[in-house]
Design a protein around this ligand. Structure first.
Ligand code: GLU
Length: 448
C-alpha cells in the first residue's frame, strides 16, 4: 500500500509552499488509495512548539487534508537511539571533535587550494588515546555517518533518472555535540518504521537523498529505500523563496484574507507545472489533473495577485451543495438559500460578501431613491404576482413602454432603490428573492 508523509517542523505556521508539498503527497496517496502521515519533525525541542503543531493541523484541515496518522518525532527518541547504536556497531557512525571554527578554517584552506570543501575524515585517524585526551580536555564528540564512495542512483518521480556521487559529499553529522539529532537520521528511521513507500518533498532535499539511501540500506537492507520525488520550490513573484516569516503567505493569513481553500490548492499544485492554473470545484478534480511528472524543473513563481482572482473564480463555480454548510454558518439557510447562492455567487470576490447580499434579500437596507417620481411610476407597474425569474423583464418592459426610458435610465434607479447599490447580481434573479412586499416598501417608503 502507498504510504506517504508530510513532515513539517512545528517552528512556525505553514505557508503556501509547504501546502504544495502537503498536497503533492496527499493527492498522490489519495489517487492510489494510500495513506497520508503527518509527521512533526520536532526533534529541536527549543524551537518546536505544540501551538504550531496544532495550528498546522488546523491549516491542513482547512485545506481539506486530514491525515490518516499523526506522529511526533519528539516521542520517538528511543528508535533513533537504537538506530544510532546499530550504525556505530556497523562502523558507520564515528565521533569527531573539531570545533565549528576548526572546520571553517579547514574549509577555507581547501577552497583556497581549489579543492572541494569536503570533510577530510581526519577524525577517523584519531587513536583511542587521542580521543581520550580530547574528551579529558572537555571536548564532546559530534557523530558523522561514514558515506560509501558510490554513485547513488534513483528514479525520481519528478526529475526522472537522478544520481549523486556520494564521494563529493561530506560525511553528514547525524548527532550534535549535545547529543541531539539533526533531521537526517530520525527522518530515515521513521520512514522505515512507518513503512513510507514514497518520499515526496522539495528539491532542496535532493542532496540528502544520496545520504538517506545509504542510511536506508544500512538500517533496513539494500533495496529498502522508498521511491523519491523532488518538486521545484514555490517562490514569490519577485523570485524570492517563501519563508515561515512571511506571515501574509501563511495558510492562516490567506484564510483570514478570505481566500478560498480550493484556490490555494489549485495554485499550490498547478503553479510551475505543465498544467495551467485554473479553478477547481473539489480536491478530487484537482487530483484528476495532478501528475508529478507534469511538475517543471524550473522555479515555480507564485503570484499573490493571481490568487485573489483565482479565489473569486473558484467561488463563482461552486455549487449550492458544495456551499450549503458554509452558508449555514452565516445563517443563510431555508428555501431561499439555493436560489440566493446561484444569484449572487458570480458577484463575489470573497465569501463573506454573501452577508451583504443576504441583507438585500432578507433584511433591512438603506435604499437610495434617485428619482422619486420615477420610482412611484415603477411601483405602480409592479406585476401583481408571486415573482419568478420572468417578473423582472415583464415589469421593466411595462415601465419602458410607459415612460419611454431605456438602458441605464430605466434600470439604474430601480437597482439603487431595490438593493441600495449601483451594481450587483442580475435583478431578474434578485427580485423574486426580495419579493413583492419588500420591493414595494423600498420603492415607496422612501419615495413617499
Ligand atoms: N522537516 C523536513 C522539512 O520540512 C522534512 C523533509 C523531508 O520531507 O524529508 O524540510
Amino acid at each position: 500500500m502507498t504510504k506517504v508523509r508530510f513532515a513539517p517542523s512545528p517552528t512556525g505556521r505553514i505557508h503556501i509552499g509547504n501546502a504544495r508539498t502537503a498536497f503533492f503527497n496527499w493527492l498522490f496517496a489519495k489517487k492510489r488509495l494510500g495513506e497520508f502521515v503527518l509527521r512533526f519533525d520536532d526533534t529541536d525541542l527549543e524551537r518546536s512548539k505544540e501551538e504550531y503543531a496544532q495550528a498546522i493541523e488546523v491549516d491542513l484541515a482547512w485545506l481539506g487534508i486530514r491525515p490518516d496518522l499523526v506522529v511526533r518525532q519528539s516521542q520517538r527518541f528511543a528508535l533513533y537511539d537504537a538506530a544510532a547504536q546499530k550504525l556505530k556497531a556497523a562502523g558507520r557512525l564515528y565521533p569527531c571533535y573539531e570545533t565549528a571554527d576548526e572546520l571553517d578554517r579547514r574549509r577555507k584552506r581547501q577552497i583556497a587550494r581549489g579543492q572541494p570543501p569536503v570533510y577530510d575524515r581526519a577524525a577517523l585517524n584519531l587513536t583511542p588515546d587521542e580521543r581520550a585526551q580530547l574528551e579529558a580536555s572537555g571536548r564532546r564528540p559530534h557523530w558523522r555517518f561514514k558515506l560509501e564512495d558510490r554513485t547513488m542512483h534513483w528514479d525520481d518521480l519528478v526529475r526522472g533518472a537522478s544520481h549523486i556521487e556520494s564521494g563529493s559529499l561530506s560525511d553528514p553529522v547525524l548527532i550534535r555535540e549535545d547529543e541531539t539529532y539533526l533531521y537526517t537520521l530520525p527522518s530515515v528511521v521513521d520512514d522505515i518504521d512507518l513503512g513510507i513507500t514514497h518520499v515526496i518533498r522539495g528539491e532542496d532535499h535532493v542532496t540528502n537523498t544520496a545520504v538517506q539511501i545509504q542510511l536506508f540500506e544500512t538500517l533496513a537492507g539494500a533495496g529498502h529505500a522508498p521511491v523519491f520525488g523532488h518538486h521545484n520550490l514555490l517562490t514569490a513573484a519577485s523570485g524570492e523563496g517563501l519563508s515561515k516569516r512571511s506571515g501574509a503567505l501563511s495558510i492562516g493569513g490567506l484564510r483570514d484574507a478570505g481566500i478560498e481553500p480550493l484556490a490555494v490548492a489549485a495554485l499550490a499544485v498547478l503553479t510551475g507545472s505543465s498544467d495551467s492554473v485554473h479553478p477547481v470545484a473539489s480536491l478530487d478534480e484537482l487530483g484528476a489533473v495532478f501528475d508529478l511528472s507534469h511538475v517543471s524543473r524550473n522555479a515555480a513563481r507564485f503570484d499573490e495577485a493571481e490568487l485573489a482572482a483565482l479565489s473569486a473564480r473558484t467561488l463563482h463555480a461552486l455549487s449550492f451543495e458544495d456551499m450549503r454548510e458554509r452558508l449555514a454558518h452565516f445563517d443563510i439557510a431555508g428555501a431561499k438559500a439555493e436560489p440566493f447562492w446561484l444569484a449572487v455567487r458570480g458577484n463575489l470576490s470573497q465569501l463573506r460578501e454573501v452577508l451583504d447580499w443576504w441583507r438585500v434579500v432578507e433584511g433591512e437596507i438603506t435604499c437610495v431613491i434617485e428619482d422619486a417620481d420615477y420610482c412611484a411610476q415603477a411601483l405602480a407597474l409592479l406585476p401583481d404576482e408571486v415573482f419568478d425569474e420572468k417578473s423582472w423583464s415583464r415589469w421593466t418592459q411595462a415601465i419602458k413602454e410607459k415612460t419611454g426610458r431605456k438602458g441605464k435610465a430605466l434600470f439604474h434607479p430601480l437597482r439603487l432603490a431595490l438593493t441600495g447599490r449601483d451594481q450587483g447580481p442580475e435583478l431578474a434573479a434578485l427580485l423574486p428573492l426580495i419579493g413583492r412586499a419588500t420591493a414595494m416598501a423600498r420603492l415607496s417608503a422612501l419615495s413617499a
